[in-house]
Design a protein around this ligand. Structure first.
Ligand code: DGI
Ligand code: FE
Ligand code: FE
Ligand code: FE
Length: 186
């Protein structure tokens, strides 16, 4: 699928605020792709489609999660579903067959141990795109320009801290990703 076509679909699918967030993720992800030498067109497409399933109803997403063998997800926050389910729906409904794009969308909320640079870029860009406002975001933006792995770790740290403050359940994969990236760094 060409980026322009994906953009048109996303503009029609998502509410304006989420569409603007998505364009911010595309812009940031493409900049990071240049900085870290990752294929720009692939990064742009994954970024454009990353929140495709964000507003699907929960029961529909749960059904697809079960079809994908991700039953364990149902015991956690509904917010986690839109990433793996979005990857699958982008394939089923939009016919995007690229496995790398699929993985980057699937991993964009929790990350995954050993995830490739493409996934790391989408994961970080989602957290630091220009429309994001939260304490510490400017420091994350700075780190992202210097060291992508360090930015993944810092973004996970920020997410985990945020979830702890809200006293929300933390999905084990989020912690596993954090541990894996810290271990890799040593
Ligand atoms: O879809 P976005 O809002 O652009 O961002 P996202 O897909 O990265 O995150 C969506 C939500 O998921 C966000 O409110 C934080 C939440 N989240 C991320 N990791 C975890 C989590 N929620 C729980 N319960 N556990 C996690 O590990
Ligand atoms: Fe998301
Ligand atoms: Fe994210
Ligand atoms: Fe997002």
């Amino acid at each position: 699928m060409r980026l322009e076509e994906a953009k048109r679909i996303i503009e029609e699918t998502l509410p304006t605020k989420r569409y603007i967030h998505t364009l911010g993720v595309v812009e940031t992800a493409v900049q990071l792709a240049r900085r870290y030498g990752v294929q720009e067109d692939k990064v742009a497409l994954a970024a454009m489609l990353h929140d495709y399933a964000k507003y699907r109803n929960v029961s529909e997403m749960q059904t697809i999660a079960v079809e994908l063998g991700l039953n364990h997800l149902l015991a956690y926050e509904d917010e986690l579903l839109h990433a793996p389910v979005g990857a699958e729906l982008v394939k089923r409904e939009l016919g995007v067959e690229d496995v790398e794009v699929y993985q980057a969308i699937a991993n964009h909320t929790t990350g995954a141990p050993g995830m490739p640079l493409l996934d790391q870029i989408i994961f970080v860009a989602d957290a630091i795109e220009p429309n994001r406002r939260y304490p510490g975001v400017d420091q994350l933006r700075q780190i992202a320009q210097e060291d992508l792995t360090q930015a993944v770790i810092a973004t996970l740290g920020q997410t985990i801290t945020f979830l702890c403050k809200k006293q929300t359940v933390i999905f084990p994969l989020t912690i596993e990703t954090y541990n894996a990236f810290i271990t890799e760094k040593r």
